[in-house]
Design a protein around this ligand. Structure first.
Ligand code: DP6
Length: 347
């Protein structure tokens, strides 16, 4: 019997799955791809806590693939088409073309704040989809569940694969034997670095004019691509060692170097562009002088956007939050305080 007719006979008429999945912030950046959703270099990230997406998917047997999606209660054709195109790329699951997906999703954080809603949103969707695949196969949830979910999330958006676990995760082949190109793997850090904060300084909420996916594409003919991939690999090893040994100064040095290298790639790509704003640079100068004067371990990183993620240990929370509210709030539209989180939750 074909997979399609097996599916017709065995699938439940309706199945519902709901997951909450957080965003993550990369300490070593994924920037550039080899082929279809394979990273050009390994990356390492911290999963957030308060910034998450909650997604409910109702799966129903149907005559053809159909996706409708509501974001905060409002239908979104754009996101429904994205999910539908993604599902069509999953060639090993051809019977998905006999399913209707009704998706209700919402984020705890506003769009355009430098917090990756694709990482949280697509990991939440991949977790719901994995639930459905387990239901269809009759398998009990086992330790392959998160590996499968991470693989499905990667195929939707690379950074989303790192959100299926809490704490720190790695993604991409590297010196760590367990780290894979296909899915993310949890990464244990030193006890002193287990309570890091992430305060996001939202310098601009404007829509970016070059998406991350387009930015990855511009690495394919970049004159510095090969050097960047070597640097990222080296930074990955140094970052992993610093996180393991609790060397926060080394962690911070590499964290900032990764953010600046990412934006240097944009500035020096054949079709040059920048996502930085004057206030991004003004905030960086203030963070550097605050660190020089106070010797406190406050470091920044950037995603593909103008907004800064400030990373620091919770023991210095009061002093650092005072600095942020006194000195950085005039440069920003909003500050979102978050921290390392425990990972996705099935609702
Ligand atoms: C700068 O994961 O958004 O945030 O795989 O094309 O969806 P696609 O790209 P995406 O790229 C993230 C880039 C980054 C760095 C990172 O998160 O590692």
């Amino acid at each position: 019997m074909s997979l399609n007719s097996l599916f017709k006979n065995l699938a439940p008429d309706e199945f519902v799955s709901t997951w909450r999945s957080p965003s993550n912030i990369a300490f070593v950046k994924y920037w550039g791809k080899k082929g279809h959703q394979i990273p050009a270099n390994p990356s390492l990230s911290m999963t957030l806590k308060e910034c998450y997406t909650e997604t409910k998917v109702t799966f129903k047997k149907a005559d053809a693939l159909n996706v409708d999606l509501k974001l905060d209660g409002v239908s979104s054709e754009k996101f429904a088409t994205k999910i539908s195109n993604y599902l069509k790329t999953l060639e090993e699951l051809p019977w998905l073309n006999q399913v209707s997906f009704s998706i209700e999703t919402s984020n705890t954080f506003p769009h355009g704040t430098g917090i990756a809603s694709s990482a949280s949103g697509l990991s939440a969707f991949a977790l719901c989809l994995t639930d459905y695949l387990y239901k269809l196969s009759g398998e009990e949830k086992n330790n392959l569940f998160y590996i499968r979910a991470s693989n499905l999330a990667r195929l939707a958006s690379g950074s989303a694969c790192r959100s299926v676990y809490g704490g720190f995760t790695t993604w991409g082949e590297c010196s760590l034997a367990e780290s894979s190109d296909k899915y993310a793997t949890p990464f244990e850090v030193h006890p002193e670095l287990k309570h890091l904060k992430d305060s996001v300084v939202v310098v601009s909420g404007e829509e970016k004019n070059v998406s991350s996916t387009a930015g990855h594409g511009r690495m394919s003919d970049h004159p510095f691509a090969a050097a960047r991939f070597v640097q990222a690999k080296d930074n990955f090893d140094i970052m992993a060692r610093a996180l393991k040994s609790g060397d926060i100064e080394e962690m911070g040095r590499v964290l900032e170097s990764e953010a600046l290298s990412l934006h240097a790639m944009m500035l020096t790509s054949p079709e040059a562009y920048t996502l930085l704003k004057p206030n991004t640079l003004a905030a960086i100068e203030m963070i550097w002088s605050f660190r020089r004067e106070t010797k406190l371990p406050l470091y920044f990183t950037l995603d593909a956007g103008p907004n800064l993620h400030l990373i620091y240990p919770d023991v210095f929370e009061n002093k650092i939050k005072t600095f942020i509210s006194h000195e950085l709030s005039s440069l920003s539209q909003k500050i979102i305080h978050d921290e390392k989180g425990e990972g996705p939750l099935k609702c």
